[in-house]
Design a protein around this ligand. Sequence first.
Ligand SMILES: [Zn+2]
Length: 720
Amino acid sequence: MGAILGAGAAVCAVTWLAVRLAPFPDQAMAHYPASVVLTDRLGQPLRVWLGEGDIDCRPSYRPDPSHWVVQALVAAEDRRFWSHGGVDLRAVARALAQNVSAGRTVSGASTLSTQVIRLVEPRPRRWGAKAVEAFRALQMEQRYDKRTILAQYLNRAPFGGNIVGIEAASWRYFGKRPADLSLAEAALLAGVPQSPSRGRPDRHPGRAQKRQAYVLARMRACGYITPAQEAEALAQPVVARPSPYPFDAPHFTEWVGAGASVDAQGVVRTTLDPVWQQRAGEILRRHLRDGAVPGGAVVMLEVQTGAVRAMVGSPEYAAQPAGQVNGALAARSAGSTLKPFAYAMALDRGWLTPGSVLTDVPARFRDYDPQNFDPLFRGRVTVRDALVLSLNMPAIEVVRRVGQAPFYDTLKRLGLATLSRPAEQYGLGLVLGNGEVRLLDLANAYACLARGGVYAPVRVLEGDERAATGRRVFSQEACWILAEMLSGDERAMDTTGHAADVRLPRMAWKTGTSAGLRDAWAVAYNPDVVIGVWVGRPDGAGSDQLIGRTAATPIAWDLFRSLYPDNQSPWYERPAGVTARLTCAVSGRPPGSHCPPGAEDWSIERVTRCEPCAGHGNQTGQATNAAPLVAQAAGSLRILTPARDSTFRWMSDLEAGAQRVPLTVTGPEPGEPLHWFVNDRPVGVSRAGETLFWPLERGAHQIVCSTARGVSDRIRIVVE
Ligand SMILES: [Zn+2]
């Protein structure tokens, strides 16, 4: 007996020395073989990349004594855990007594603390090991609080197969977070780590249930649950079914990637919104179901934060061969989608308002002949019509005036990084879409407009505050005027021809179609959200299905409707710097006393130039731009658009209603009704200052405008 005591004392002394000399393994405690888990903004896993040795360990659980799983574990393993100092002396004394009377080891007296030491620092089960563990446990209790120690246990305990820790176990067996486990489920899982292979609840449900009953009995004995709760939990059928690893929003998770800033628990909490993501996928699939166009992508951004709330890179990720290609990140021809940025620049430079008149006539600018792109010219049009109808010539005129290089620089500042060639290689055609952009970047450039002119990079990590530092690209006033133009009621008619059929929450939107009909775009926004849609073939082939306003726009609209089912969407307040002013019906400028009154127009205070109309006999010195206006005598009537003897080309791939010419005149009395006839057939009545649109038809046409006073004008046009 004395020899045994002496040997025991020696062991203790050696162990004590070893523990003193070897510092506590804080580093080992901080390290987990962690998987990387990408979650949505609510913490729901989207994707799991397994850690070292293909272990599924998600050490993100924070124990809370109110969680069933914590109560179950403490009751089953170490009932005095919250009060002992790492070693449970009462349990040791009891175990010693039992072992001595039995003559062998029947009781271990291990605590959760000593088990943590064993999990952090596995060592061979030799005699003396227990003493080291006890010392380490005492050491650990000095350094860490109880919850941290419990977290160490719950995040390291084995739960069968490659499942390590309660977080992974809870998700894999029950598809929920540990805090949400029911009493019965928590008791079942708390019993597993003691024999993770033999007690695996999916492989050996019988054994696992026996262990669950034991855990529940311990919980009752500890006073955590009532006998009634115990009976209820026992009666519940609990089926642990290992779920496959999550695989949601695959394009998004691949893009954000396992390399994203992972926190200590291996969790990457992204900005993705599960509801938006699901809707985006559903609506995209529904619209592309007929298979005429195999590719498409949707991006949804939150305006204020720049957060990516949804990203669907293709209608079906699993579809071969191109389902895995992320259409939201593919560089494609921009079509007309960049035009609004040119108009915003021009608004900020002060020489343009929605009512300004631009020329839409064939012209040749140095090295670029835009006539090839859109043979449908409309004469003189307002800025509003030019933008809404996405006319090419006026857009080129705008870029020519703001400057091609500044326009290019602005697009770069808006994050359109895939415009990789030098500015001069794109030329004026940049505004018509001869450059390539990615849907995500395009949507984020529109987010700058939606945010009132402040650009910020997109954000994919929840809680990442970089977005707070934005930079101003456009004035709030210009963005407001632009949103007004892009959100007018007539826009819905523009697409469908039947405004009454279209119930839409208010939004600004722009479409685009790339040359050769390879890509169809639509971007829609309000103060809250930007929705970007691209539809096209992944192989880049053209298709007559691919026109922005018919292929992509309905998808954006449906998404908007799903966000605002009652049609009540927020809208912008007019900035104080935007003022209303009247215009001359013909020139679109501030009217002189002899001008026919036009519509109300928006201007930016102290920015918008206000040279009044120089035509109509207004005495303002040199009439710089008045050549076409002074030709008419007072009281006469002259058809201004379409231009006399002009020739239009019919585009077979546009739907009939989309090809219209505005019918405008100069010289009528204010408010005078104007009667229009095409080939002697009445086609409508307009008033001075209003624009009537006539859908083109093939053939030679005589267009007549006449008033009740008997004044009239007559022109001829040809539609080839
Ligand atoms: Zn005028």
